[in-house]
Design a protein around this ligand. Structure first.
Ligand code: FAD
Ligand code: GLY
Length: 394
């Protein structure tokens, strides 16, 4: 095995070069694959079904580090803001390679409260953000309705977050598939990876139903299924589980105009440029179940209607359930493992669309140049290892 990252950098066209194999063709696996391929690496991405149709398809596409930061999430906040900062460059380069534009929607986000209890909660959230020096603005109900006239007349207070953006996540995965292929990467759909192969303590390929494929390194980016890949010692598998999210697509008519993302208690509304409004989402611990249920849909419609009453007349276009990859501590698991040549890029939970650029830059730089930006330092795979555990004996 003579793989080294420098070999790929120096000889990007070397056809004898062993590929990087990526397990999982969601937004994360596709983005890493594309970044590697555009730098000349040989890349094979495997998906067990149609690539991009997992959580990445179900998502609402919010890029919301400021809205979603909780009181104990300051580590996530800097990572999320860094990834959002990288988005314009990421989308510009994607346009160059895919030949299609995926637009960054920068209309901003309004978090609204509908009663006194909400107002008290929002006030604390706003003060926390102000304390961190984040660009947020406290609004009265009247001021909130000036920004977004369609929010409920009951709106008692709001936080205006101009810097939380959104993207069309479905357009994003389609563009990533095109860019990956145009840059010379190979996408194998309907080809699940059964196991990671190893030789003398380092990965050297993957096993699929059709046979074995040699690899210089392997990236596990299989979302909530990442723990199911064979060939990795149980204690080293990423602790990721599915967190179910049911989400509704409404169709705006021509006269309807809701430009901003609205976040309300237990619901959010994300208007897309093509007339869809994404109303989400439930958060359920139901294993791999993706059944659409009356209770979750009822609750989403009710909470969405409380926030923006005029959605009452809109057509329901689609209801889907996606499975967020939630890690044990709900933070992403990105970086080198203790097994040589094996990388994890999983556990992105509620923020995988937001964290796509940072993850793709990080993992491709690690593989090609052995270089880390440091932004994922608190989120490495080894944080879950029992003290003293390593890949010894693998
Ligand atoms: P996935 O998109 O699930 O992709 C994993 C892929 O791996 C799948 O295509 C699967 O087929 C494949 N796979 C599995 N096993 C194997 C195998 N053995 N071999 C080969 N392939 C395999 N994030 C945001 O940033 N903003 C949002 O607004 C947002 N909203 C969300 C709303 C909902 C309802 C949900 C469910 C999620 C939302 N998320 C959001 C989270 C985001 O969607 C995820 O974090 C992100 O899509 C994870 O991407 P992924 O590529 O890791 O996983
Ligand atoms: N980030 C929104 C969701 O996961 O529902």
């Amino acid at each position: 095995m003579d793989w080294s990252p420098e070999v790929t950098e120096r000889n990007p066209g070397d056809s004898a070069q062993r590929p990087v194999c990526i397990v999982g063709g969601g937004v994360i696996g596709l983005a890493i694959g594309w970044r590697l391929a555009r730098k000349g690496a040989a890349v094979e991405v495997f998906d067990l079904s149609t690539a991009g149709r997992g959580a990445s398809w179900a998502a609402a596409g919010m890029l919301a580090p400021l809205s979603e930061v909780g009181f104990e999430d300051e580590g996530f906040l800097s990572l999320g803001r860094e990834s959002l900062r990288l988005y314009p460059q990421f989308l510009e380069e994607l346009k160059e390679d895919a030949g299609v534009e995926v637009r960054l929607d920068t209309q901003g986000t309004l978090i609204i409260g509908l009663d006194r209890d909400d107002a008290e909660r929002l006030r604390r959230l706003c003060e926390f953000r102000e304390h961190l020096g984040l660009p947020v603005k406290w609004l009265s109900g009247t001021e909130a309705r000036e920004i977004e006239p369609l929010v409920s007349p009951r709106t008692s207070s709001a936080i205006w977050i101009p810097d939380d953006h959104q993207v069309d996540n479905r357009a994003l995965v389609e563009a990533l598939k095109t860019a990956l292929r145009k840059c010379g990467g190979t996408l194998h759909e309907n080809r699940p990876v059964e196991a990671v192969l190893n030789e003398e303590g380092r990965v050297n390929g993957v096993k699929t139903e059709e046979g074995e494929i040699g690899a210089a390194c392997v990236v596990i980016a299989a979302g909530c299924w990442s723990k199911q890949i064979g060939g990795i010692p149980k204690e080293l598998l990423p602790p990721v589980r599915p967190v179910k999210g049911q989400i509704i697509t409404l169709r705006q008519d021509k006269l309807y105009s809701l430009p901003h993302v609205i976040r309300a208690p237990d619901a959010y509304l994300v208007p897309k440029g093509d007339g869809r409004i994404i109303l989400g989402a439930s958060e359920e611990e139901m294993g791999f179940d993706t059944t659409i249920t009356a209770g979750a849909v009822y609750r989403l419609l009710e909470r969405g209607w409380w926030a923006v009453p005029s959605i009452y007349d809109l057509e329901i276009q689609e209801i889907v359930a996606g499975l967020r990859p939630g890690s044990r501590d709900h933070d992403p698991i990105v970086g080198k493992t203790t097994i040589e040549g094996l990388y994890y890029a999983t556990g992105h939970y509620r923020h995988g669309i937001l964290l796509t650029p940072a993850t793709a830059f990080e993992v491709s730089d690690l593989i090609l140049e052995g270089r880390s930006s440091g932004v994922f330092a608190p989120f490495g795979p080894t944080r879950f290892l029992p003290a003293g555990e390593s890949a010894v004996g693998w």
